[in-house]
Design a protein around this ligand. Sequence first.
Ligand code: KIV
Length: 256
Amino acid sequence: MEMKQRNEKIAMLTAYDYSMASIIDAAGIDIILVGDSASNVMAGHETTLPITLNQMIYHASSVVRAVNRSLVVVDIPFGSYQGNSKEALSSAIRIMKESGGHAVKMEGGAEIKESIERILSAGIPVMGHLGLTPQSIYKFGTYSVRAKEKAEADQLIKDAKMLEETGCFALVLEKIPASLAKHVAEHVSIPVIGIGAGPDVDGQVLVVHDMLGINNDFHPRFLRKYANLHQEMTKAVGNYIDDVKGMNFPNEAESY
Ligand code: KIV
């Protein structure tokens, strides 16, 4: 909230394991999101739906052990909060107790208000998530840009206001028109973190495997690749294979 007030942008990345989280935390990231995108990039599932609460807690506790300074936000996975606010609270409590994360993130608007209220009443900070919400992918049918039509944009603005008024401390907007994201960021006091939501929001988030170019087959327009680790790692592994097969590894200095 203070960063938003002083117009300092918030940098957020995902992480799911100790080694990656150590690097990102030491590099100075503001927020680490233990996203349910772990279902895609760590487990190879097509959607975020299969990942379980236990698996999210495992990923989050690995991240928390690595972190010295960042805020750690953990996604509550599909099936552990929708439609049942008591279950939502017990899922959020398990995440906080068993992983040591600092806050939870939940996808949705009016339909999950009761769950958000119950979680907030237990003193657990909640980050909202509107726009393209991948846990509802089978409702949308595609991963294309959301809220291009007026009715959906109006509902999104209403939901963003509701999340602010209910007490969420921040909000992710995924894959919506930049003008709509700008409007939301200007009309709520809580920080708005965008992914595919243009530049006029209070911060940005990317999936770390995408921005490091580890993931080779995902090229949405919003993604900027800051490295090509897929190529680098393939080359390194190839060199290792050549050295082993050519009896160049280990050499004398690498032997006892
Ligand atoms: O799970 C995730 O990585 C996310 C981000 C894309 C915002 O929710």
